[in-house]
Design a binder for this molecule. Structure first.
Ligand code: ZN
Length: 281
């Protein structure tokens, strides 16, 4: 059994503040260890359920957060910035999705605009007001699940904060197993479990999710992705590469399938970031 783990950092055990999220921030190095611990717990659970191959896709910021020397030896690591030429699908990268049996979302978070959401955003907080997939406001987990669904891969396990779990339940129903590792008090405050307790929960959720299995997310075609930005200038720049203007600050991409639509969306966002996006270098 082959498992892909899509990793973000905002939902990792203990993480609650922008300082945890970028190199140079206070406690970033500690947060990397917490994140790597969560990922290793998911890998242990996957092994217990019979996984023989695990690809971990580091999908946060610089996408170089996971500490390689601490990573479980079963896993391979997809790492490196989400320049369009490298990772046209942003968090997942484009490798071998066809061969995975199941996916986990570890350390993900709620979508942009979630009231009181912990570090809530969708792909690029300072640009994106909302992303809609076929008219429905989409979290990063929903976008990634739709990309994975294109390749027939179901999301069976997720971990993160309580409100992320609730949003996942609204989006996905009961078709996955959730490990709650912290409670959200507000955008930058949590009550977190200890690393040991959280990791035990993640390990169990990973094992259970694979044992239970799930259905891939299949979205209707053609796929319509709408991107709503914060300002006119951002929209003008995003439109330089195509897309159709909608509303005052939005643009729309229509494509035959989810992968093609997501590639257009990420190309537009990366292009709009090009001036000062240190994390894409
Ligand atoms: Zn992130």
């Amino acid at each position: 059994m082959r498992v892909l783990i899509s990793v973000d950092m905002e939902g990792a055990t203990g993480v609650c503040h922008p300082d945890h999220l970028m190199p140079g921030g206070q406690d970033y190095e500690a947060a990397r260890r917490w994140l790597t611990g969560d990922v290793n717990a998911a890998i242990r659970g996957a092994k217990a359920a019979g996984a023989t191959d695990v690809l971990v896709a580091d999908g946060h910021g610089t996408m170089r957060n996971i500490i390689l020397e601490q990573l479980d030896p079963l896993a391979r690591l997809l790492t490196g910035p989400a320049q369009v030429r490298n990772r046209p699908l942003c968090q997942l990268g484009a490798l071998e999705h066809g061969v995975y049996d199941a996916a986990f979302m570890i350390g993900h978070h709620t979508r942009a605009g979630t009231p009181g959401g912990l570090l809530a955003h969708t792909w690029v907080g300072r640009l994106v007001h909302e992303i809609r997939l076929n008219g429905k406001p989409a979290s990063e987990s929903w976008l990634n699940a739709a990309i994975l669904g294109h390749y027939g891969v179901p999301v069976v396990t997720a971990s993160g904060a309580d409100e992320y779990g609730r949003q996942m339940r609204e989006d996905f129903g009961d078709g996955f197993v959730f490990a709650e590792v912290k409670q959200t008090l507000g955008p930058t405050a949590i009550v977190t479990l200890s690393l040991e307790t959280a990791q035990a929960r993640i390990e169990e959720a990973a094992r259970e999710g694979l044992a239970k299995g799930g259905e891939p997310l299949v979205v209707e075609k053609p796929v319509v992705l709408e991107l709503e930005l914060h300002t006119d200038a951002m929209r003008a720049q995003a439109l330089e590469l195509g897309g159709e203007p909608v509303g005052r600050l939005g643009l729309r991409f229509t494509a035959d399938d989810m992968v093609a639509a997501a590639e257009q969306l990420w190309r537009a966002l990366a292009h709009t970031l090009r001036e000062d996006a240190a994390f894409l270098k």
